[in-house]
Design a protein. Structure first.
Length: 122
């Protein structure tokens, strides 16, 4: 029997993000992906401590899956820059106000933390 569960992922806030803009700040936003389910927060201007307080709903078909969470700096010219990533296992466990360490891929990425709250229902 295939287990199906719904998850509410609250993207709360971040701290300790690296400045990527010339003014010593960043314009961060979060992308969340689980298979073909993809969501994105709005970008917040000139902050290293953004607070989004936004919920996204995901459907998991199976015992567990990993949610990919990426934090970017929005750039009006050129490509947006990766600030860091983390993965969260959606396995039926509820978590409230958990800080996740961001990991980067290269120098000057991966500093900072992202606070998420996750609730599930079947």
């Amino acid at each position: 029997m295939l287990v199906t569960a719904n998850y509410r992922v609250e993207t709360i806030e971040a701290r300790g993000l690296l400045p990527k803009d010339f003014n010593g700040s960043s314009d961060p936003y979060v992308k969340l992906s689980l298979g073909d389910q993809k969501y994105k927060t709005s970008a917040l201007s000139e902050t290293l401590t953004p607070r989004w307080d936004v919920d996204f709903n995901f459907r998991v078909n199976g015992a567990s899956e990993e949610l990919l969470v990426e934090v970017y700096d929005r750039d009006p010219i050129g490509s947006d820059e990766l600030l860091g990533t983390t993965t969260v296992k959606l396995d039926g466990t509820d978590t409230a106000d958990v800080w996740h360490q961001l990991k980067g891929r290269g120098e000057n990425t991966g500093d900072g933390e992202l606070r998420l709250a996750i609730a599930h229902s079947e």
